[in-house]
Design a binder for this molecule. Structure first.
Ligand SMILES: C[S@@+](CC[C@H](N)C(=O)[O-])C[C@H]1O[C@@H](n2cnc3c(N)ncnc32)[C@H](O)[C@@H]1O
Length: 334
């Protein structure tokens, strides 16, 4: 049954995190009465709150960080029965929702990466500006960044730093890390940042030399690109015809994955692969998504002035077609 439209008490503001491209994401999803939406990256709840405020809809909110979801309790009280908080990964969205009886939804929003709260909390170990344990695990479990830098081979570290950080000096940085850990293992963020800064000079645009290596380690520790690929497949499975996918990415590695997926799934570039049945590929009749903008949408100058973190944000939106998901057609292989 469609929920009553409760707006409750005014929203508690979270001064730490300003949602990026919020107006654009909500306009794309165009929440409707009785609609069911998934916010796969709850964070500080900016998108979830805006969806709940825009229409008498229901929102399923996922975050892999148990701390993020604590904030969600406030929204759950404010919008009784309309917001469901789920700790888990958006890469598992189809399984997480179907286990709760939800198999079709009207919109999916993904706002990739880490939140300002995670970066600003030195105890989480994401920042190269504040000293803290070298952790970087969004979920607070599994292999930490310290485990990675202290145990992988020089070649493995170099590949990670080059691939996920697009760091030209990856080999030099990896060599310096391996030399420094012989002296003593890494446990703190600032020691790692200092070792990197000793190897890589600050670029003319003033970007801290540790930026790219820290990004690489964060992506690797949290398998962020694998999550994105699985999340896109999950959205394809869950979205009803006419449902909207909105993905905000923050660097070219992420945006490339979204762009390539939508191209492949929009009919223009459907080709047989080892994962798809040849008979299903190559026709626009089998396309599962229709991109709604040719180019990614970026922030306005006004948004960047208020929130510099929005500078590199890129939003891609697409509408789900009635065609069955490729996973369903390929017998679960895609
Ligand atoms: C950029 S913030 C989202 C901010 C949110 N849109 C808002 O308005 O407050 C990203 C959040 O997504 C979470 N996250 C990142 N990858 C995830 C994944 N694969 N599954 C679930 N949550 C994820 C992070 O823990 C973080 O809280």
């Amino acid at each position: 049954m469609c929920p009553a439209f409760t707006t409750g008490t005014p929203a508690p503001s979270n001064a730490d995190h300003i949602p990026v491209l919020l107006a654009e994401v909500i306009a794309a999803l165009a929440p409707k009465a009785c609609g069911v939406y998934l916010d796969g990256t709850f964070g500080a709840g900016g998108y979830t709150a805006a969806l709940l405020e825009a229409a008498p809809c229901v929102v399923w909110s996922i975050d892999r960080d148990p701390e993020a979801l604590l904030l969600g309790e406030i929204l759950a009280e404010r919008f009784p029965g309309r917001v469901h908080l789920v700790q888990g990964r958006f890469g598992d969205m189809a399984a997480l929702l179907s286990a709760r009886g939800i198999t079709g939804i009207d919109g999916v929003a993904l706002d990739l990466g880490v939140s300002s709260m995670q970066i600003d909390d030195r105890s989480r170990g994401f920042s190269f500006l504040r000293d803290g344990p070298l952790d970087m695990r969004m979920e607070k479990s599994g292999r930490s960044a310290a485990d990675v830098v202290n145990t992988l081979s020089e070649k493995e570290l170099s590949d990670i730093i080059f691939t996920y950080g697009e760091e030209r000096h990856a080999r030099r940085v990896a060599r310096a890390i391996v030399e420094a850990r012989r002296e003593r293992p890494f446990s703190r963020t600032l020691r790692l940042a200092d070792v990197i800064r000793a190897e890589v000079r600050r670029s003319q645009d003033g970007i801290d030399p540790a930026t790219r290596t820290f990004q690489a380690l964060r992506i690797y520790v949290n398998d962020e690109l694998g999550e994105l690929e699985r999340g896109l497949l999950g959205a394809e499975k869950l979205l009803r015809p006419g449902g909207i996918l909105a993905v905000v990415s923050f660097h070219s590695l992420e945006d490339r994955i979204v762009k390539t997926f939508l191209k492949a799934r929009s009919g223009s570039a459907l080709r047989p692969s080892r994962h798809t049945l040849a008979s299903l590929a190559g026709s626009s009749a089998t396309a599962t998504f229709k991109p709604l903008s040719r180019r990614p949408i970026g922030p306005s100058d006004g948004e960047v002035a208020i929130n510099p973190r929005a500078r590199s944000a890129r939003l891609r939106i697409a509408e789900r077609t009635p065609a069955p998901s490729l996973t369903a057609r390929a017998g679960g292989l895609a």
